[in-house]
Each structure stands twice: as C-alpha cells, then as structure tokens.
Design a protein around this ligand. Structure first.
Ligand code: G6P
Length: 602
C-alpha cells in the first residue's frame, strides 16, 4: 500500500500535494516525495520517514503558477526505505509515482539494463519510467509511449507519470490498485482515495481496472482496451471520516473486507502455478537446518501455532512454537540446526524482539515474517518476508493475520519442495487451493447479514468456548481472542478433543460453543466432540459447510475442497461475529479499552 496524489492547475501545488499525502499517510510512511513541473521547469523532492520530513525539505519552495504535480507516500515492498527508493522515480526527463507491484519488473529491468538504461533504485517502479522513455525516444508521442508502457506491465498498479516532453499533462493508469480523478472547473486532481480531494474537488470519477488516459487543464481523456470511454463523474462525499473508512463503520470492518486484496498482494510474484518463490530468501540457505522454532505474541502467536501443523505435515520439519514472553525466561536450549522464525505485525513487539536477539546470540539463523519494513525486528533478522497487508488501523488484528497465514503456508510448501517431502501431485493440489484463497475471502452480503442477525443472541451468557481441531484449534484461539479484545466477553479457544477433560463441566445453556467444523479435516471427530457438549445443553453455533442437526445456530461456509480454504473462510466468520457483537454492545471497535496496537514494553 502506498498513497498517490496529483494536481493540475494554478493553485499552490506543494500544499495540495502535501495536504493530500497527509490524508494518505496511513497507507505508508517509509518515505515521501513529489515532483512539480511549472513553466517547463521540473522540481523534485524526496525525504525518508514521515511526511513531516518532506514538509521541512520543501518549506522554502513555492509553486503558485500554473503547473502539474504528483506526490507519493511509500510503504516499501521492493527495496529499503531510502531516499533513492522513494517515489517519484526519474528517468532523464520524466517522473513516475506508483502504488502496487509490477510482477514482471525483473524481466523488464534486465531488458532495459541491456539497452543501457541506468537504474538508481531497487524498486519495481523505476522500470516504468525507463520503459516510457525508451518508447518515447524511439519516436512515439508521449501518450502512445505511455500506452505501450502500461501494456508491458504485469501485476497491480496505479500510476501517475509526468514528462518534460509534454509539460502540461499527467498520464494515468489503474489496474488493481485504487485511483480516482477529482474535478473542479478546469482543475484536475488524482488520489488513491477520496480524502485528499474533499473540500477541493466537487466531482469524482472512480477509475476501473484496465483504465488509463491523460489529463490536461479541463481536458481528461479516458481509455480502456476497447478504446476511448465516457468519464462517469459523480458528486463527491464531503465527510472525511466516512471517506477514510470508505463507507465501513470501523477500520476493523474495512480491514476484514480488504483481506481478499491484501492476501492476493501477498501472493503476487511468490505463488503461481509454477510454484513458490521468495526472492527475499535467496541469501538464507536451509543447509544444515533440520527444525524450526517460532516465537511471537498475540495474534501472531496464533498464526505461528497454525503454521506448525503445516511445517511438520508438509515439510516434515520439527516445529516448536513459543510465546515470546515465556521463551525469554525459560533458559531455552537452542541448537544451531534450528531456523528461528519470528512473526510480528508491527515488527516492534518488545518480547518478540528480545527473543530474536537471544536466538541470534545462540548462533541461530533468523527469519521474520513481518508487516513493517525497516522495523526493529526486520532490521535485526537475517532475512525478512513482508506480509503486504498495508497499514492495519484496528487494534484487533485481522488482515495482518490473514497475510501471515498465507506467507506461512507458502513457506511450508517451499520448504517441502526443497526438502523433497511432497509429491508433485500433492504440491499442485496445494497450489491450486492456494490460488483460490483470495476468492474465498470475498464476503457476501448474505453471510454478513446472517452474522449481524445472529449476533444479537450472543451478547450475554457466562462464556464462549471456540473449539476446533488441527489447524482449526489455533483458529479457535484466534476467534476467541478477537471476541475478547473488542467485546470484553469472556472467551476461550480450546482443542475440541480436550473439552471432555475439564471444561465440559461448565456446559449449560448459557455456555456458548462456537464450533469450527470443517468438512475436509476430522469432521467426524469434531462432530462427536460437539455432540458431547450438546448433550450437556450447551448452546452451539456451528460453522461448517455441512448442516449439523444439533446446532442451535448454523453459519454455512462454501469452500470445502481444502482445509486451508475452509480455514480462511472460517477466519472471516469469526472476525465478523466478534465485530457485530462488539458493535451491538456499543464498544469502540477500533480502539478497545486497555489495548495497544504495538506493545514495545515487556
Ligand atoms: C498487541 C496487539 C495484538 C498483537 C500483539 C503482537 O498485543 O494488540 O493485536 O497480536 O501485540 O503484535 P505484533 O505486532 O508483534 O504482531
């Protein structure tokens, strides 16, 4: 996730770009930059870190005549957050800003380097501006060169490009990443979402995937693969808070809905029909590694626990998982043949960071799965895989967990392949299922409506047990944690087979059991466990593709061809259930009491 702003007109461009980027800073703040062409003169500024640094750098600069401008706030995906990697990226006479991931950038970079183009950054984005100049230098006019450029790009992008060769025009394209155009008489605005242009533009056109075009003062032309298109303008909403949440009631809700997109972003360039690839692991050899130890806290710990089933089952690697705060003081025995993995959304959790330092001191190789590039844990680790969930604002983690699970599944398959512990047939079955995950995360109105209606029956009672077996046990822990965090109701996650060894003593009509009953993983076993609870009068909410006659309530899931597809779909159901219960109880969903998004103290 990154944020993009653009403006064409006579107003002070620096302020419009900086104010717009401020609204988008939640999308990333590793670095920021802007480029302005005024009077045929191009100016470019970049600064590492938060936007305030770019403000400081541009404080002497004014841009109050007619001109064009583009700006960007970055959330690193390729290359560290340095000034050279900050956008806009420059060619000889053009600048580009980009949000998304160009999947075929390595191939393009090779082609352009062979032709003598010099790359200054490690980003995928820089290929766009060189490609444009290559076609422009070959004699094409600017628009044709731009059109040809975007035809070469694979992956997700929202792009703004400006060039001294046509200094009154912004070229734009959208495919998979958000972009809109705002209109106010002859002035034209671009942005990744509504908020930067509220109070400035009066009408808006939300671009669709595959659309591109060019804009000059009072003149915007839109195209797609069928040629020129009408521009569909709408009046712009004026409520900023609503616009930031894009119509959702809470950031957590928005983030639950974003999961399909961010999981797909996390897979780009890594998972395909040809297998699993992690460029970031090229320097991390598995030679001599026989086992895995994972340390994490909170939701990330639940992802770790779920992945231990995958590492053992698929890659046949011994995998132990520990809560970081416990690991630190148990005087753990550490062997150098163990790969030490940390998982962290923020990359700043104190206990996880300290656990990592201990493992490094003991000579272990370290890998982190993290959502924040340049965070302390990423810097401290030998290798890092970024989860590309974008900034998560809701304190209760949702999309970060989904992307962690996807990375861990991909990683276990990669290890399995390297170690020869998986047959070709099984491997391709796994990949086929994996590629369906983004689809399984799309939430239907029917499902959400059902959960909203059901939630009114679960506001009281003396407790919740979320139960599951296998990977659905850590998911039960995570479902219970979500409910605790935002509803303040007591909830526990339990292995379904363990209920009879104690907790079943609590069973009565006021004990709510949320039963995760996947069709593809030990269905009959969990069914018996739930029957035992039902016989003791517990109230059962069953989540399953298969109707269950003893259930008091039933939420039917769809994807029953692979346990991981069921896992992701049931994850969404538990998240929505916690959300709807919390909303009915009138709680602050995004900022629940007593919690913090990033816990940097022990
Ligand atoms: C805090 C957050 C949790 C999170 C945990 C670990 O407690 O409230 O949502 O799961 O920290 O955070 P991390 O950033 O390391 O994943």
């Amino acid at each position: 996730m990154c944020g993009i702003v653009g403006y064409i007109g006579p107003k002070e461009k620096k302020e419009i770009i900086l104010d717009g980027l401020q609204e988008l800073e939640y999308r990333g703040y590793d670095s920021a930059g802007m480029a302005v062409i005024e009077d045929h003169k191009l100016q470019n500024f970049k600064a590492v870190g938060k936007l305030v640094n770019l403000r400081e750098k541009t404080k002497e600069y004014n841009s109050d005549g007619f001109g064009i401008s583009i700006g960007h706030t970055r959330w690193a995906t390729h290359g560290k957050p340095t000034e050279l990697n900050a956008h806009p990226h420059l060619g000889k006479y053009s600048y580009v800003v980009h949000n998304g991931i160009i999947e075929n950038y390595q191939e393009l970079k090779q082609e352009l380097s062979d032709e003598g183009f010099v790359f200054l950054s490690q980003t995928d984005t820089e290929t766009i501006v060189h490609l444009f100049e290559k076609y422009h230098n070959s004699g094409l006019n600017s628009f044709d060169a731009f059109q040809k450029t975007i035809q070469r790009l694979e992956g997700a992008f929202a792009i703004l490009l400006i060039t001294e060769a046509q200094s009154d025009t912004i070229f734009f394209a959208k495919n998979g990443s958000p972009m809109l155009i705002g209109f106010d008489s002859n002035d034209v605005y671009f942005a990744s979402s509504d908020t930067p242009i509220i109070g400035k533009a009066h009408e808006v056109c939300y671009l669709n995937d595959g659309e591109y075009g060019y804009a000059r003062p009072g003149d915007v032309k839109l195209f797609d693969s069928n040629g020129s298109k009408e521009i569909n303008k709408k009046p712009l909403v004026t409520n900023k808070a609503m616009a930031q949440k894009e119509g959702y009631r809470f950031f957590m809700e928005k983030e639950i809905y974003e999961q399909s997109t961010v999981v797909s972003d996390t897979m780009i360039g890594r998972a395909s029909a040809n297998g699993i690839k992690f460029e970031e692991l090229s320097s991390l050899s598995l030679e001599g590694i026989t086992s895995i130890k994972i340390c994490a806290c909170g939701t990330s710990y639940h992802a770790a626990l779920a992945s231990s089933y995958l590492f053992e089952r698929l890659a046949k690697m011994r995998c132990s998982v520990e809560i970081a705060s416990e690991f630190r003081y148990k005087e753990p025995l550490l062997d150098p043949d163990t790969l030490f993995i940390t998982i962290s959304q923020s990359g700043e959790t104190a206990d996880t960071l300290e656990a990592l330092k201990m493992a490094k001191k003991a000579g272990l190789k370290s890998l982190t799965i993290c959502n924040m590039d340049n965070s302390s844990i990423v810097r401290e680790s030998d290798a890092a895989i970024l989860t590309r969930a974008g900034i998560e604002k809701g304190v209760a983690s949702t999309k970060a967990f989904a992307t962690q699970m996807m990375v861990l599944w991909m990683l276990s398959l990669k290890f399995a392949k390297e170690r020869g512990t998986i047959s070709d047939e099984k491997f391709s079955e796994e990949i086929t299922a994996m590629l369906q995950v983004p689809k399984s995360l799309i939430i239907s109105d029917k499902l959400h409506g059902k959960i909203t209606r059901l939630s009114k029956r679960y506001l009281h009672g003396h407790g919740f047990f979320y139960i599951g077996r296998d990977i659905f046990y850590p998911l039960a822990l995570e479902g219970a944690l979500k409910l605790k965090e935002i509803s303040y109701l007591h909830a526990e996650g339990y292995p379904a087979g363990e209920m009879k060894h104690g907790p079943i003593a609590l069973a009565d009509a006021e004990l709510f059991t949320i039963a995760l009953m996947p069709q593809t993983s030990h269905y009959d076993k969990i069914k018996s466990n739930v029957e035992e609870l039902s016989a003791r009068d517990a109230t059962i909410l069953s989540i399953s593709p298969l109707p269950f006659e003893l259930a008091d309530d039933f939420i039917q899931t769809d994807h029953a061809t692979h346990p991981m597809l069921e896992f992701f779909e049931m994850m969404v159901v538990t998240q929505l259930l916690a959300l709807e219960i919390s909303i009915r109880l009138g709680n602050d969903v995004d900022m629940p009491r007593n919690l913090a998004k990033s816990v940097t103290v022990e």
